[in-house]
Design a protein around this ligand. Structure first.
Ligand code: ACO
Length: 333
């Protein structure tokens, strides 16, 4: 049987920094409020002409180069995003694939909001384990600034832009394999986080749909409470199901939405400070890109070594959530 190994990581962040003080000049908020309630100090904002696919391509270039997998051998590209270059079609994954000069692999986008990377990883694992594909490029890329209402202080303080990517490939060595991935959704809470216009559920006609309803709307406080409850249960379950104690986790890499959510889940798992990977202060919430960007952060600091076990978790619009137990298994040691 083939197993799926997490071979490499790459990321890209845009140049422009938007600080809390910059936002305080745009809406009624303050650096103190944002930092205390979210742990965010600043976030990156893509240039006007910079698309989600451009950022995803840059992250993927690095991930492919670091993987040692020849690019012509990539046979599937999955891009987790809720801010695609174009709504409906073409998929951002196909544009990334073309930018990279890949060999016409299957390519599609995954819409699972902040859980986009974990959902995409589970697709990669399933395709590799079934033998249908051998080398999967998993991208999480977001230009959330394009779908953010910068007059709404309840959302605009949270989000940022960026991209991350990983190469997952087949191995016969079980020691290298992704151990387990949990994925779930509950559409009963669909209205907590949505972009109401632009789709077939839109209450506006096509010409009007450029209006504010194309931006993200969120019931933040309700989402917060469900996130803490659901994530705590989910990560406890994935650890128990695989007989793994939380002190065997070298790197706990949560979705970077809010420091208070991360702390609540980390405390419930009795995680030590040095186990928890944090980038929320400098990048904010980059939805589907946040987990691979955080993994890349520890990789580039030299803190992620071959064989070390990561626990990933995420929660987002849908509502969707998931967790994954992933050893880092580079080909190049
Ligand atoms: N600056 C100052 N005051 C503010 C701001 C702001 N930016 N935003 C809200 N407030 C005010 C509110 O108006 C409210 O005032 P009131 O008490 O007078 O009515 C007060 O602050 C408290 O508001 P809450 O919404 O209860 O604040 P909360 O502590 O819940 O923090 C936040 C808000 C940061 C949005 C939090 O709820 C959160 O992080 N939610 C979860 C987000 C999340 O994880 N989403 C899922 C992933 S995102 C995705 O999938 C794309």
């Amino acid at each position: 049987m083939a197993y799926a190994a997490f071979r490499s990581i790459g990321a890209y962040v845009p140049q422009k920094v938007l600080t809390n003080n910059d936002l305080a000049e745009m809406v009624d908020t303050s650096d103190e409020w944002i930092y205390k309630r979210t742990g965010i100090k600043e976030r990156r904002i893509a240039a006007k002409e910079e698309k989600t696919s451009d950022m995803g391509t840059k992250a993927a270039e690095l991930a492919i180069e670091r993987s040692g997998v020849p690019r012509e051998d990539i046979d599937l590209v999955v891009c987790g995003t809720i801010s695609p270059d174009y709504f409906n079609m073409p998929a951002t994954a196909t544009i990334i694939s073309n930018n990279l000069g890949l060999n016409s692999p299957m390519a599609f986008d995954m819409s699972a909001a902040c859980t986009g990377f974990i959902y995409s990883l589970s697709i990669a694992k399933a395709f590799v384990e079934s033998g249908m594909k051998k080398n999967v490029l998993v991208v999480g890329a977001e230009k959330l600034s394009a779908i953010t209402d910068f007059t709404d202080r309840g959302t605009c303080i949270l989000f940022g832009d960026g991209a991350g990517a990983a190469v997952i490939s087949a191995t016969e060595n079980k020691e290298e394999a992704i151990i387990d991935i949990h994925t779930a959704a509950d559409g009963a809470y669909a209205d907590l986080l949505m972009t109401p216009n632009g789709g077939s559920g839109s209450q506006h006609d096509a010409l009007e749909s450029e209006a504010a309803g194309c931006y993200m709307q969120m019931k933040g406080n309700e989402t917060f409470k469900i996130a803490v409850r659901t994530l705590t249960k989910d990560v406890k379950e994935i650890l128990a199901h695989n007989n793994i104690e939380s002190d065997s986790i070298k790197h706990f890499v949560p979705h970077q939405a809010n420091l208070r959510i991360i702390k609540a889940v980390g405390d419930a798992l009795k995680m030590k400070k040095e186990q928890v990977v944090l980038t929320v202060e400098k990048y904010g919430n980059t939805s589907g890109a946040s987990i691979p960007m955080a993994i890349n952060d520890i990789y580039e600091k030299g803190e992620l070594k071959a064989g070390e076990l990561m626990l990933l978790d995420a929660f987002g619009g849908g509502l969707t959530w998931g967790s994954a137990l992933v050893p880092f298994s580079p080909l190049k040691k």
